[in-house]
Structure formats: structure tokens, C-alpha cells
Design a protein around this ligand. Structure first.
Ligand SMILES: *Cc1c(COP(=O)(O)O)cnc(C)c1O
Length: 394
């Protein structure tokens, strides 16, 4: 095993696997048996790369942030995933999965969404490919995220409220899984992060790995070397981080910094700092680290950012944490908002509140002046204007 590839059962160390009800077994097996060959097919690659270029707008720039560099005393670059179509990295994955679904002759797509970003990215590719699209979303999130609900509807998707449990992302995921169990043959489930049963974590990481693939040649052009000293990314489920880390995972001279949302503080009881607070267990089809009570009830996470408000992390990150390959940092709501305002003011870029967490980690590190640092700017902040307004300190 390398850090990039899990073993044949989908394990990264002790984490991963496919913990699924028997009814889902045929679907997951079909995907597992086919995904590697399909992704490796030159025709697939041509179609995937073509859409990433002309539809999504890749390659995304690697931007040297001069003022941030002066302030933190290192050479800081931003990988501009915020400039992708639909405003974040999520579309890299939904493009890949819709192409797979077509090759598997699926007619319908289901997805789960929290804030609606993955739902919008999924509804977008379904419109593009003429596929029926059903998005499960917690009832509370539907009320909180009206614009994204309307975007999905405008794109032709059906949004179904998840009314069980806390009526948020975890419950939407449960209901999407239930739908899949009942409609196994004609439906593909597009999971939005490096979570879920094997092969999803590996498959999503591969689709997102275009981020670090581009970083390598872009750094070569700008710095004369492919490897930075640090790559920093926020972790909800962990897909943007997995993509930004992927081609550096086995290059041990590159320090990988994963940033989790501490909410009101790691010890406050209102947090989503999974690695700090969690223990090994099974969540949404894989063994990972999750926030749970002693008797195994999932603890409700909290973060100001809906995209990081998840009680687990992908199994690859659980392994990077346990093995020490990545270093984990914890950033509070307040620290993230401050960093979001700082980036807006210093570089003229308003980041998603998720991405702002990665920027807040800059202040928690000691750099040497010659250090090359890449911060993955996972998404743009337009969707978060109300959150910035409520925070108010600008
Ligand atoms: C969804 C989202 C995230 C969190 O998801 P990951 O799978 O951890 O990347 C981070 N940033 C933005 C902008 C998002 O939309």
C-alpha cells in the first residue's frame, strides 16, 4: 500500500472498507469491479479532460499572493478552485462520476447535499448529460439554503427533504442510501466527498487529484520545482484536501496540513474537529474516525461552515492522521471569519467560509522565508455573504 492507494478491499491502514447492507452489495460491487478500468480508458480520460477544460474552466490558476506572503513570511500561493464552474472543487468529482454512470448505463442520479454545493454540482452535470436527478437534503438545510435549493430546481433536479433525525446532512445521506437500496439497477449514487463505502473514497480522490496534478507543473513553472514545502487544505469529508494532497502523498518532503473546523472551540461541545474528538467507528459505509458517544451514537457536529459540519472524515484522512503523514489543525468560527475578511481585504478574493479555515491555519504555523506554501482555495464566498454579514466585523 502507498498513501495514495488503499488495499484491494479499500482499506487505508485500519480505515475504509465497505460496510453496507446486503441489498447494496450488487451496486457497490458493480462500481468496484469497473471503476478503475473505466477511468483508465483513454476515451474516458479524453472526455473527462475535455469537460474539465472547456466546461469547468481548468486548469485553475496558481496565484502568488504577495501581501499574504509578506504578512506570514513565506511564499504563499493560492490554488484557485474558487474559479471553477459552480464555484468550488466539487464539480471535478461530479463530472467524473456522471461519465462513469453513463458508461454503467444508469438512467438516474441520486445525491445527498448539506449546504447544497454538492447538490448544485450534481444537478449541473445531470442537466449537461440529460440524466434524471434527485437530491436529498435535510429539511433544516432546505430552509437555511434557499438559493441553492432554487438553483437545483432551476437546473431540473428534484429536491427531496430528509425529515428524519436532525434533518441535516447525515440524515440526507441516510435517505439517499435508502433510495439506492430500493432502486439498485438503474440508479447511480454520486457521493460528494471521499467518504462512503469502497470504492467511493478512492474514486473521488482520483477525480479530485487533478488539483495536485496541476499544482506540480504550475509550481515547476513558477518556482522551478514541483514540490512545495507545505500544502494546506480544509477538511469536511476531505475531498478538496485529498485532491490537493494526492500527488504529494508519497513525497515525504511535502508537509500536508489538514484543517478541521473547531466551531466554538474544540472543547466547547459545539465543534466539528473530528480527529480531535472522534474515535474509530463506522459511518456511512466505511470505518473511519467519527464523533460518537460511548455507546456509538453519532454526535451532532457544529461549524459555522455547512461544508465542514460533518461528524466524520474520509478514511484516507483518518489514516493520514493516525500515521502522522498529515498534520491536523483546528480553526474556530471566529478565526475562520477573520481569515476570510483578511483574504478579501488583502487579495481581493472573498473565500468560501470552508476555505477560510485553511487560511486561518497560516497564523498557527512557523515558516521560513524561503518556504513555498500552497493553500487550496476550495471555493468562492458568494454563497456565504449572509454569514459574513452576521459576523459583521469588517
Ligand atoms: C463542500 C465544500 C468543502 C468540504 O468538502 P470536502 O469534501 O472536505 O472538500 C470545502 N470547501 C468548499 C468550498 C465546499 O463547497
Amino acid at each position: 500500500m502507498t498513501y495514495q492507494e488503499p488495499d484491494q478491499n479499500g482499506y487505508y491502514g485500519q480505515f475504509g472498507g465497505a460496510y453496507i447492507p446486503e441489498m447494496l452489495y450488487p451496486n457497490v460491487k458493480e462500481l468496484k469491479d469497473n471503476y478503475e478500468a473505466m477511468i483508465a480508458d483513454p476515451k474516458f480520460k479524453e472526455e473527462f479532460d475535455g469537460l474539465l477544460k472547456d466546461y469547468v474552466g481548468r486548469p485553475t490558476p496558481l496565484y502568488f499572493a504577495k501581501k499574504l506572503s509578506d504578512k506570514y513570511g513565506a511564499k504563499i500561493y493560492l490554488k484557485r478552485e474558487d474559479l471553477n464552474h459552480t464555484g468550488a472543487h466539487k464539480i471535478n468529482n461530479t463530472i467524473g462520476q456522471i461519465l462513469l454512470a453513463k458508461r454503467l448505463n444508469k438512467k438516474k442520479i441520486i445525491a445527498e447535499t448539506g449546504a447544497g454545493q454538492h447538490g448544485v454540482a450534481t444537478a449541473t452535470v445531470c442537466a449537461l448529460m440529460n440524466m434524471e436527478c434527485i437530491v436529498y437534503m435535510g429539511e433544516i438545510d432546505i430552509a437555511r439554503q434557499k438559493p441553492n435549493v432554487e438553483r437545483m430546481r432551476l437546473l431540473g433536479a428534484t429536491v427531496i427533504p430528509a425529515t428524519s433525525g436532525s434533518k441535516t446532512l447525515k440524515d440526507a445521506t441516510n435517505e439517499a442510501m435508502r433510495h439506492w437500496i430500493n432502486n439498485p439497477s438503474d440508479t447511480h449514487y454520486i457521493i460528494g466527498s471521499v467518504v462512503g463505502p469502497h470504492p467511493y473514497p478512492n474514486m473521488v480522490a482520483k477525480f479530485q487529484s487533478v488539483i495536485s496534478e496541476e499544482m506540480k507543473w504550475q509550481l515547476k513553472e513558477k518556482e522551478g520545482k514541483e514540490n512545495p514545502d507545505y500544502v494546506i487544505a480544509c477538511v469536511g469529508g476531505g475531498s478538496n484536501a485529498a485532491g490537493a494532497f494526492f500527488h504529494y502523498l508519497d513525497e515525504l518532503d511535502v508537509n500536508l496540513i489538514a484543517v478541521e473546523a473547531a466551531g466554538l472551540g474544540v472543547e466547547s461541545g459545539e465543534s466539528a474537529a473530528t480527529t480531535a474528538l472522534g474515535t474509530p467507528g463506522v459511518l456511512h459505509g466505511s470505518k473511519t474516525i467519527l464523533m460518537q458517544t460511548e455507546d456509538g451514537q453519532v454526535v451532532e457536529p457544529y461549524s459555522i461552515s455547512a461544508g465542514l459540519d460533518y461528524p466524520g472524515i474520509g478514511p484516507i484522512h483518518a489514516y493520514l492522521y493516525e500515521s502522522g503523514r498529515a498534520q491536523f489543525k483546528y480553526v474556530t468560527d471566529e478565526e475562520a471569519m477573520e481569515a476570510g475578511v483578511e483574504l478579501s481585504r488583502s487579495e481581493g478574493i472573498i473565500p468560501a467560509v470552508e476555505s477560510a479555515h485553511a487560511f486561518a491555519a497560516l497564523g498557527k504555523m512557523d515558516f521560513k522565508p524561503e518556504d513555498v506554501v500552497v493553500v487550496n482555495l476550495s471555493g468562492r464566498g458568494d454563497k456565504d455573504l449572509e454569514t459574513y454579514m452576521k459576523y459583521g466585523k469588517y
